[in-house]
Design a protein around this ligand. Structure first.
Ligand code: SAM
Ligand code: SF4
Length: 439
């Protein structure tokens, strides 16, 4: 009987990419994927631990597997990703019906783990942070057929140890993939119909810090691949944003005019406590240089409120920064204590209510900025890559501009994967409304 697997994914694009990698491995071995958890013989939960809330969500879902496992004792249940790495084998004690606990660097052996469980019915944990990883899945033909966009992982792990962040502890030290492997994978993706590739890593712009090609060199090589229409990357660290990389936005034909550049705080005191390695002025200088090089650049960022020691003045510095820079969009978070991180030892903890108050003020200000930025695009003509049906279904399709803004528009035919021009009719809070002008 064909074995059906179901993967539930929490967290960032790295986790989504990991789930895709597991799916490719299992499909290649003859397993089939199912969207219905009740039908699955194997359930894998891919988890995120970057904030406490994300971790709680994953643990709640694991708790819900108990009745399913009682009904189907032969079912295999596994927890993978960052919570698995953080909590390790303790999860097997806390949830005795779990069969697998697999860290993010160990997922590439998923088929072997499943075969072993079936053979000996033993629980398996694999949590080695030093083991090799790969991005090359070219042999798993077909998986990406019909997709217009794809992630391509170029590095893993992080060496920055920002004081609030658990990532270096659960994803290990920074490791870059050989450029040849990345180029081959990009060519394979294009052969499958992919037109837009987003290079991903915790800190993409420190790719190959000690070798060649460096990150701007890699972008140049990818830009020369025939058939690639759009190239993006995320996430970049301001301290590693070189002049050469900024220059790429003015030079490379496929590099899209969007950068996600997390600032985290507008206060020098807090940036120092966070161990970010740049000042407010340095960050503002980078934004000015980026905008000079590429005036139509979309700039998005991440920010944390309520970090330990954040005084009223520090928070106001963050508010002033977002008003001065006018990000196109901002992902804002309440500081969340994470085990093992340096910030746990810092004095000046901010209460829950105050963190929420600061977040609401900041988000309200940013909503106004985002909306006015989107409205500025009304009446302009934008190239979009059509990704598929819009949320409204029916005749609505959705795509993204070069600046990574979502555009919904009406169309009667399936235009997925096509690069088309639309006129922007309305700028909304989270998207743009457009009208097709090419057909
Ligand atoms: N590597 C990226 C960088 O340097 O910005 C981001 C990785 S992290 C998965 C994504 C975002 O989560 C961060 O930019 C930060 O704003 C937020 N974050 C990380 N740890 C956090 C914490 N303990 N509390 C609140 N937000 C956090
Ligand atoms: Fe976390 Fe900082 Fe590394 Fe980003 S750069 S993953 S925020 S430690």
């Amino acid at each position: 009987m064909t074995q059906l697997f179901h993967i539930k994914t929490f967290g960032c694009q790295m986790n989504k990419h990991d789930s895709d990698s597991i799916s490719k491995i299992l499909l290649d071995k003859g397993y089939k994927q199912t969207a219905r958890i009740d039908d699955a013989h194997i359930i894998l939960i891919n988890t995120c631990t970057v904030r406490e809330k994300a971790e709680e969500k994953a643990l709640t879902l694991i708790g819900r597997l108990a009745p399913l496992k009682r009904k189907k004792p032969d079912m295999i249940t596994g927890i993978i990703g960052c919570v698995a790495q953080e909590k390790g084998v303790n999860l097997l004690k806390r949830f005795p019906y779990l069969d697998l606990v697999i860290g993010p660097r160990n997922i590439y052996h998923m088929d072997e783990f499943l075969s072993k469980i079936k053979e000996v019915r033993e629980k398996i944990s694999s949590l080695d942070l030093a083991c090799e990883f790969t991005t090359s899945f070219s042999k798993y033909n077909g998986y990406l057929k019909g997709r217009a966009t794809s992630f391509l992982r170029i590095m893993e792990g992080c060496d920055n140890f920002c004081a609030y962040c658990i990532v270096p502890y659960v994803r290990g030290r920074e490791t870059s993939l050989p450029a040849k492997e990345i180029i081959d994978e990009a060519k394979y993706l294009i052969s499958q119909g992919v037109k837009e590739i987003t290079l991903i890593g915790q800190n993409v712009n420190s790719y190959n810090a000690k070798n060649k090609p460096t990150f701007p060199g890699l972008l140049k090589e990818l830009d020369n691949i025939v058939g690639l229409k759009r190239l993006r990357f995320t996430t970049s660290h301001p301290k590693d944003l070189s002049d050469e990389l900024i220059g790429s936005f003015g030079e490379l034909k496929t590099l899209c005019p969007h950068i996600h550049l997390p600032v985290q705080s507008g206060s020098d005191n807090i940036l120092k406590l966070m161990n970010r390695g740049y000042t407010r002025d340095k960050y503002i200088g980078l934004i000015e240089y980026l905008r000079k090089t590429r005036p139509d650049l979309t700039i998005t960022s991440d920010i944390i409120v309520g970090f330990p020691g954040e005084m009223k003045k520090d928070f106001e510095d963050s508010l002033r920064l977002i008003e001065e820079i006018e990000f196109d969009n901002l992902f804002s978070f309440k500081y969340s204590e994470r085990p093992g991180t340096k910030a746990l030892q810092l004095p000046g903890k901010i209460g829950k209510k105050e963190k929420q108050r600061r977040l609401s003020i900041l988000q309200e200000r940013q909503r106004g900025i985002t909306l006015s930025k989107n409205r500025l695009l009304e009446g302009t003509i934008q190239e979009i890559l059509v990704e598929g049906p819009g949320k409204r279904g029916d005749d609505q399709l959705t795509g993204r501009t070069l600046g990574n803004k979502v555009v919904n528009f009406s169309a009667r035919t399936n235009l997925k994967g096509q690069l088309l021009r639309v006129k922007i009719l309305k700028g909304l809070q989270n998207s743009l409304l457009g009208e097709l002008i090419d057909r």
